[in-house]
Design a protein around this ligand. Sequence first.
Ligand SMILES: Nc1ncnc2c1ncn2[C@@H]1O[C@H](COP(=O)(O)OP(=O)(O)OP(=O)(O)O)[C@@H](O)[C@H]1O
Ligand SMILES: [Mg+2]
Length: 552
Amino acid sequence: MYQVIARKYRPQRFEEVVGQAHVKLTIKNAIAQGRIAHAYIFSGPRGTGKTTMARILAMALNWEDGPSASPDPDSQVCKEIAAGSSLDVVEIDAASNRGIDSIRELRESVKFRPARDRYKVFIIDEAHQITNDAFNALLKTLEEPPSWTVFVLCTTEPQAIPATITSRCQSFAFQAVDQQEVVQHLDKICASEGVAADADALTAVALAGDGSVRDSLSTLDQAIAAFGKKLEAKGVRDLLGVIPSEGTGRILGAIRDGDPAAMLAVVDDLFQQGRNAQHFCGELTRQFRNLMVMKVAGHDTRLVSAGHAEREAAKDWIEAFSQDDLNRYVQILLSLYQDLQSSTHQRFRLEVGLLKLVHAGRLAPIEEVLSGLRKGVPLPPRVDAEARPPADAPSSSPTAAPSPGATEPAPARKAAAPASGFLGELVRSLQDAGNESLVDAVRACRVEREERVVTVQAPGDWFPILDLQKPVLEAAIAAVIGAKPDVRLVAAEPDRQAEQRPGGSSRNSGATSSGSDDDISTRALSDPAVQAFTKRFDGRVTNVVDLREKTQ
Ligand SMILES: Nc1ncnc2c1ncn2[C@@H]1O[C@H](COP(=O)(O)OP(=O)(O)OP(=O)(O)O)[C@@H](O)[C@H]1O
Ligand SMILES: [Mg+2]
């Protein structure tokens, strides 16, 4: 009968366990010195060898010629333990035996000597599932067990095990296995299975396993089922939904060139291929994080889990961007990833998030800008304030306040109140066309119509989206008004811009009201340095204080 690879290749000796060097060494030494503890906790991520190591420990203790750190896997005792049929090695799944009754049974069975072998070994899997009462019932047994018992508690959540238990056990923390070691392990298994796999294909499999050997082996099984005895990187990546390095290259190119259209084309391709937006974003975040780490620690650093192709492709990109840039991109992607977890409009979110990357562009470091201001040196071109999404975009309400008159203020997007009049018809037309993303965008705008002229005032974060989808918007409006419209898309002016001009009296609210203070404010606001500063940072002066007065 077919046996899955993960079971077929379960290690039978300490040496065969991949990684976990510290655990192997300590346990082997303990066995050699006869210092066997009565209770161990093996904690760590799923599929990293906890149960496997517990079984090998049981073999080491109970092997006919043992105890020994090198038991013979072909001996009768070891074969029984591997097959799970040994009477003296009891595996308990705490997920289904978590209550007090099961633990009472366990306590009873502890009292009896081993049926045949040296030790009675209890391997408790998923130990964190045991209830508090049941743990309490176990305390005494763990503290003063009969000399022939050894407990191994395996868990992925060590923090869920009460301190009263952990303090009675020796703890071993298993680590996620290094990607290169997983690749070597996969390589050996492919060789014995007669599978020809290229190195990048195995790297993609190992990356998908994210440090879990079991997950990597299950993925390998899946890849062999799909492609047979020949595994190539492209096919495996497609199967796993991994973005090939060309995909990341296109995204980085769009950021470097400040090209939002190229970025949207990537998203379009992605959805055409039926890829999952969140998975894509997670993978992209990983790759950008890798670039950031390579920028700091060199492109061959071991701190990064990346295949050969990804490392080679990274060389140019880490030259092209500063550490600050990469850091900023990773932050944007992390928040996009979170957004995607809760958003129903996956495509739209992804578009907005990736456009943010374009607009975050390559910003000049603040020190450079400040020193430029000081020296009067011309500043590098900056991203237009209107086009740059604000930090809290895109879920913020529109910034444009509705003005009285023939306008139709859109309801805040969150409220999603049914819109009426022209806006309502436009929304319905877009909904009919199945264009939910534009519905959201239009709802965030102020829309005015005079005959064929339709003015759409879009807050900064929506503007680029609407701008790129203007033809679609025009078609939807044409369907409503029955004529070709003249659509005027304008970036909504934050009200404060009008107020920040030098001399704009309302801005000086914090200044005292005497005539001379007004004079000071006017002088301060018309100072070229102050003007350059406010213009550069799209800012405003809220208060002018006369320091001479303060120091008196
Ligand atoms: N460190 C490792 N070296 C080699 N193979 C491993 C390793 N870890 C896991 N495996 C493979 O994965 C399979 C499952 O491993 P094991 O049951 O030991 O994982 P675990 O850490 O107990 O996971 P879980 O927390 O999910 O119970 C094994 O049969 C083996 O093929
Ligand atoms: Mg296990």
